[in-house]
Design a protein around this ligand. Structure first.
Ligand SMILES: Nc1ncnc2c1ncn2[C@@H]1O[C@H](COP(=O)(O)OP(=O)(O)OP(=O)(O)O)[C@@H](O)[C@H]1O
Ligand SMILES: [Mg+2]
Length: 291
């Protein structure tokens, strides 16, 4: 069964169309990564599907049922927002307990669950620490713990690993994979393509409010682009080849290295690199400058 089904969501901020007819669905235990340039609508989408903002039109079904009131599904969804919204003036444990109580847990269970999760994620030592004294990475972890307090079946994480060092980022990945093994579904946004590639069963590309492409990471690359990419200094015209320009380099895609090499030789052009196509290339191809 689909954990979430989104149909034709459209959202305006005054005259700005932040989301344009976005539809997707996610099955139990699946991980979906939303990727797209700054301002493409990822946060807007995560806010709407977690009940913190309203679309102008469209429908959201959670566990097969239309959501008319997010309060009814609040405990099924765990959200980590892009901005830190922990209460800075109280300590970690107080933050967790207050959140649990707002989600309807009684005070005793709220405290027990908060302590158990802090222990599980090695954060026990911070329980009496005020939020403002914590490092950015620890704050992100506490936000994740807070999202898990109600044992949600769907996690929505808006750039959960932004600014984290590689080892803490890995810890986040492990947590998400572990939750997947317990059938928890996750939707996360990221600007790190290797993270999307590593974690996601499905990637959805958003550009200017439109979901322009979705599918399995490797299949998306194969369906849209060729297997190899040539990097060439300067901006050159590429005739029938798919290509993009980035930082004064032209990137040309080809299924056959030999053929393109011999063509370029005719024009006296030497590629500075030849490599396999990656998700970064797909991102830049879809959103970047073309010739
Ligand atoms: N509350 C708001 N009022 C008006 N405009 C908004 C509001 N929130 C977002 N926007 C605009 O809507 C568009 C989508 O913003 P959104 O934050 O969803 O993008 P994003 O993909 O999350 O970007 P980023 O990668 O930078 O986090 C942007 O043009 C943004 O300026
Ligand atoms: Mg955002």
């Amino acid at each position: 069964m689909s954990v979430i089904q989104v149909e034709s969501l459209t959202k305006y901020y005054k005259n700005l169309k932040a989301l344009d007819n976005v539809s997707f669905s996610l099955e139990e235990g699946q991980i979906l990564s939303l990727i797209g340039p700054n301002g493409s609508g990822k946060t807007t989408l995560t806010k709407i599907i977690s009940g913190f903002s309203q679309a102008n039109s469209g429908e959201i079904k959670i566990f097969g049922k239309s959501v008319d009131d997010f309060k009814k599904v609040k405990d099924k969804i765990g959200l980590v927002s892009q901005e830190n919204n922990l209460d800075q003036d109280i300590n970690v444990l107080e933050n967790l307990i207050i959140h649990s109580e707002l989600c309807g847990l009684n005070a005793k269970i709220a405290k027990k669950r908060s302590l158990a999760l802090l222990q599980k994620f090695g954060l026990d030592k911070y329980k009496h620490e005020d939020i403002r004294n914590l490092s950015g990475g620890t704050k992100r972890k506490i936000m994740l713990v807070r999202a898990l307090l109600t044992n949600p079946k769907l996690l929505i994480l808006d750039e959960p690993t932004i600014g984290l060092d590689p080892s803490i980022r890995r810890q986040f990945w492990d947590i998400i994979i572990n939750l997947k093994s317990q059938n928890v579904s996750t939707i996360f946004t990221t600007h790190y393509m290797e993270e999307a590639n590593f974690l996601a069963d499905k990637i959805a590309f958003i550009n200017k409010g439109k979901l322009i492409l979705s599918g399995k990471p490797q299949e998306l690359i194969k369906n849209v682009l060729e297997s190899f990419v040539f990097e060439i200094k300067g901006k050159i015209s590429t005739d029938n080849y798919k290509s993009y320009v980035y930082e004064d380099k032209t990137f040309i895609f080809t299924p056959s290295k030999e053929l393109l090499l011999s063509k370029l030789k005719l024009f006296g052009i030497e590629p500075s690199a030849i490599r396999e196509t990656t998700l970064d290339d797909l991102f830049l191809y879809l959103t970047g400058e073309k010739i």
